[in-house]
Design a protein around this ligand. Structure first.
Ligand code: CO
Length: 194
């Protein structure tokens, strides 16, 4: 199932995603579905592990609107040459309703493959650079609240406990697969694409 966004503390959000070795029609379909989910939830970016797919892929559109702005598919992305610093508010579709000020490099250079297999290399700055860095972090299992200052972290604690309780309830209700099933599913995806 890659048809819904998983929430903190789902373990796939902390799992280091694997390099993609091949892209086929079903995977392109999943990538298209990631855009659908991202727009549906008013997001500007979504990483594959947020739909429980442990592969180095993310999608983004800084406008957040279908048919507007620019849609980016990044497969096996690398970020280089960070420059400057900027602080701005961020949120995450895997932690709905939570926001915090995050400081990141203001510029980065992106190298990634698009869905057609073309290598795309370009400098990014401003909001798009922020979105891409946030999604890139996801692929390493890093969440935006890992990068916030101690004062904000303190404020986050009770809200994280709420997410943890909701997750435990989802497990009890059978909405979330047991841990060993999640491990097996990640292995199946890796065998197929990584
Ligand atoms: Co996020």
């Amino acid at each position: 199932m890659t048809d819904r966004i998983i929430h903190y503390p789902h373990p796939t959000l902390r799992y280091p995603s694997k390099t993609v070795r091949r892209v086929d029609a079903p995977l392109k379909q999943i990538i298209a579905g990631m855009f659908d989910l991202m727009y549906e939830h008013n997001g500007v970016g979504l990483a594959a592990n947020q739909v429980d797919l442990p592969l180095r892929i993310f999608v983004a559109n800084p406008s957040g609107q279908r048919g507007d702005g620019e849609e980016l598919v990044c497969i096996n992305p690398e970020l280089n040459l960070p420059k400057g610093r900027s602080t701005d508010r961020e949120g995450c579709l895997s932690l709905p309703e939570l926001h915090a000020e995050v400081t990141r490099p203001e510029q980065v250079r992106l190298s990634a493959y698009d869905a057609a297999g073309n290598l795309v290399q370009r400098p990014l700055h401003g909001f798009l650079a922020r979105v891409v860095q946030h999604e890139f972090d996801h692929l390493a299992g890093i969440l935006f609240f890992d990068r916030i200052d101690d004062d904000q972290k303190q404020m986050f604690q009770p809200m994280l406990r709420v997410f943890e309780r909701e997750y435990a309830q989802g497990q009890l209700a059978g909405d979330i697969l047991p841990e060993d099933e999640l491990v097996k599913r990640r292995q199946q995806w890796e065998q197929r694409y990584a």
